[in-house]
Design a protein around this ligand. Structure first.
Ligand code: FRU
Length: 450
């Protein structure tokens, strides 16, 4: 494990977290020559967004990680103000990386270049320069190329803003990974707000999914969401056929700009940035006093059924489990650390509400039997208020899997159909978990050993 020591009271021991500075989007996810690479946006100097390079972690099993430090630096005319988000793919034994070079002039005006880098060893990343510039019809908010392989060629989807300030996703194609042709706007409209960040096109046997993070910018505020459209990517017509009904990918508070990749075993795996916070929340993150902010989510396998994405933690995380323990219907337990996994198995017919309360209301999950709804409450470190999200289940509550750390909470409900991802920061010394439920609920838990 990279973060093998508990450094402070919020330490994330099995989540990818920078040693210092600010981490944002997962980038360039790839399983290359038997090793998993997770690149990420990184300000290695400050805990703000003034500088962006790609940092990276490497692992054989997505459990034990090596922090490899820097991969790509902003040192060329086409990326001097930031090596922004992008993706990677393997072809002919090489890792081909696509990213956005962000450039600003003396007036602070933005220009985006889409760039390529290559590596044949996962250590040295050779920049190949600009592959395309922004086509007409778009502003310079044109970024985050995501590559994927089609039947006869390669495709890139890219996040964009039209010259009418609408969010959009643009499509490019190439036969050799070097020469790229603009095809068309794959998607646009109000549902994409004013800019669409980090698009990703996922292909399953049952259909295709376009994942993205639409964003609205006001003078003092940025509003963003993260979710997907289901449909079919028609390669011949260069079209995404969909009912354009946007579904949120996460019901929690902190899951943003995710990226997927397909590993050498054919699994589609997603990582997200555990943020999507307001500026105030980011500015008051308690880990600032220890010199770092933000983490990535745990890796989750995606499956697709009946127009819905399911997310389940990768099997490899079972390696972290200590002995299986049974929650013996005591109401409360004290823990000395919160690297914990819980499995809840609910009876077919529930009689009573279920309540899981973490560290004196830091987080509370409440299942309401009458409404068949879940409420997630979190104590917000920035507003000092409790925030709540409520959603209805479309079927009975069947099971839940929960991954906890000192400052993170990832809950998977009904085989991963509903997921809630969030950060929490418990300032007091409250170390208890309280559970209120029917006797028939079966609860197992594991201390996760690192
Ligand atoms: C999303 C994002 C991307 C951009 C990157 C810059 O969080 O704004 O659109 O490439 O972050 O760090």
């Amino acid at each position: 494990m990279e973060n093998d020591k508990k450094v402070d009271k919020y330490s994330m021991l099995y989540h990818l977290t920078p040693k210092f500075g600010l981490l944002n989007d997962p980038n360039g996810l790839i399983h290359y020559k038997g090793e998993y690479y997770v690149f990420h946006q990184w300000n290695k100097f400050e805990m703000d967004h003034s500088y962006k390079c790609w940092g990276y972690f490497k692992s054989k099993d997505m459990v034990n990680w090596n922090n490899m430090s820097v991969a790509i630096l902003p040192d060329m005319y086409f990326d001097k103000n930031g090596v922004y988000s992008g993706s990677a793919i393997e072809a002919d034994g090489k890792m081909h990386i696509f990213y956005t070079g962000n450039v600003k002039n003396e007036l602070g005006e933005r220009k985006s270049y889409q760039c390529k880098a290559e590596s044949d060893n996962g250590k040295i990343f050779e920049k190949k320069g600009v592959i395309f510039e922004t086509p007409s019809g778009y502003t310079e908010h044109f970024r985050d190329p995501k590559i994927f392989k089609g039947k006869n060629n390669w495709w890139i989807v890219i996040g964009a803003q039209t010259d009418k300030f609408e969010g959009a996703v643009a499509l490019y194609k190439s036969y050799d990974l070097n020469n790229w042709k603009y095809c068309k706007q794959l998607l646009k409209g109000e549902v994409l707000y004013n800019m669409c960040e980090c698009p990703d096109l996922l292909r399953f046997d049952e259909g295709d999914v376009l994942l993205c993070s639409p964003q609205k910018r006001f003078e003092n505020e940025v509003v963003s969401k993260c979710g997907y459209f289901t449909g079919y990517f028609l390669e011949d017509k260069e079209e995404f056929k969909s009912d354009y009904c946007f579904q949120e990918i996460d019901y929690g508070f902190n899951f943003h700009s995710p990226q997927t990749f397909t590993d050498e075993n054919g699994r589609v795996i997603i990582y997200g940035w555990m943020a999507g916070m307001t500026e105030e929340e980011e500015a008051s993150l308690p880990t600032r006093k220890f010199g770092y902010v933000h983490s990535l989510s745990i890796p989750r396998v995606l499956t697709y059924k009946n127009n819905t994405i399911y997310q389940n933690p990768v099997e490899e995380l079972k390696k972290l489990r200590g002995n299986e323990q049974i929650w013996d219907n005591t109401k409360s337990n004290i823990f000395s650390s919160f690297q914990l996994e819980f499995l809840f198995d609910f009876p077919k017919v529930m009689q009573k509400d279920f309540v899981f309360n973490l560290r004196e209301n830091s987080v509370e999950v409440n299942y309401n039997v009458n409404l068949n709804s879940i409420s997630i409450k979190r104590y917000n470190w920035s507003t000092n208020k409790i925030q709540e999200k409520i959603f209805k289940l479309k079927e009975n509550l069947k099971n839940m899997q929960l991954f906890l750390e000192e400052s993170s909470f990832e809950l998977f409900i009904n085989d991963g159909k509903y997921v809630c991802t969030l950060r929490y920061f418990c300032e007091s010394n409250c170390n208890d978990i309280k559970i209120k439920c029917d006797d028939k609920v079966k609860i197992k838990f594991y201390k996760l050993k690192l």
